[in-house]
Design a protein around this ligand. Structure first.
Ligand SMILES: [Mg+2]
Length: 232
């Protein structure tokens, strides 16, 4: 049985978050912090565990703070603070999540595609250029192109408008609660992926429509109606 809460024909467009969804910022950050932790912990496995705990610990309160600051209309200053804290590096240095490139090519034959990220539009273009997907990805919403950032719905609405698609016929795909809240508030369907920063219970609490173990599972689920397993 399909895990989708809609018919795949009811969808015209798919919008993707970048970090933790299409690019592996998560493990990249863990590796970076593990190097630092290794100076304190002699056991590399322990350093890795401590680094993961630290990265996950940074991400979740940041997301919680985003939600509070979004209520206050202060999300852009917070974004700058987050970038300062996390030191988000050049997108060209970050590995693409396995299977993502072929998934995007498959989905582009059936759906309009866009990127909705707190990275700049320039960085989003760098990502599509690196994969040679300039012709497949037609919408870009970044922190420099909208007044508000996720979890505000504006970036999702902006990308849907660029594609000429009603938000109700869009699927927002992301790894954290800000993606799910932005998508839901825009009236879009939402898909949470468990290959990034977000945890299953917090994504469910945010009201996600369905979850996938990996972003690359999405083509199989949408085009072949296949259940990727691990998710009940
Ligand atoms: Mg993300």
């Amino acid at each position: 049985m399909s895990i989708l809460p809609f018919n795949s024909d009811d969808l015209d467009a798919i919008l993707f978050d970048l970090d933790g969804t299409l690019i592996d910022t998560d493990n990249h950050d863990v590796a970076k912090w593990a190097q630092r932790a290794a100076r304190v912990y002699r056991d590399p496995a322990r350093a890795q565990r401590q680094a993961r705990r630290l990265v996950m610990g940074i991400e979740s309160p940041v997301n919680a703070a985003f939600t509070v600051f979004d209520w206050l209309g202060l999300d852009a200053p917070l974004m700058r603070l987050m970038i300062a804290l996390q030191g988000i590096g050049s997108i060209d240095d970050l590995p693409v999540i396995p299977g993502v490139e072929s998934m995007l090519r498959q989905l582009a034959q059936h759906y309009k595609l866009g990127i909705v990220s707190t990275r700049t539009v320039k960085e989003q273009h760098q990502f599509t250029h690196r994969l040679g997907l300039e012709d497949q990805i037609a919408a870009y919403a970044g922190r420099d192109s909208t007044w508000r950032i996720k979890p505000h719905p504006q970036p999702v609405l902006t990308a849907a408008q660029q594609l000429g698609v009603e938000p109700e016929r869009c699927l927002m795909v992301g790894d954290t609660t800000v993606d799910i809240r932005a998508g839901t508030r825009a009236g879009a369907w939402t898909c949470g992926v468990l290959c990034g920063y977000g945890m299953r219970d917090e994504l469910e609490a945010a009201g996600v429509d369905f979850l996938l173990p990996e972003t690359a599972n999405l083509a199989d689920v949408l085009l072949n109606g296949r259940d990727p397993g691990c998710i009940s």
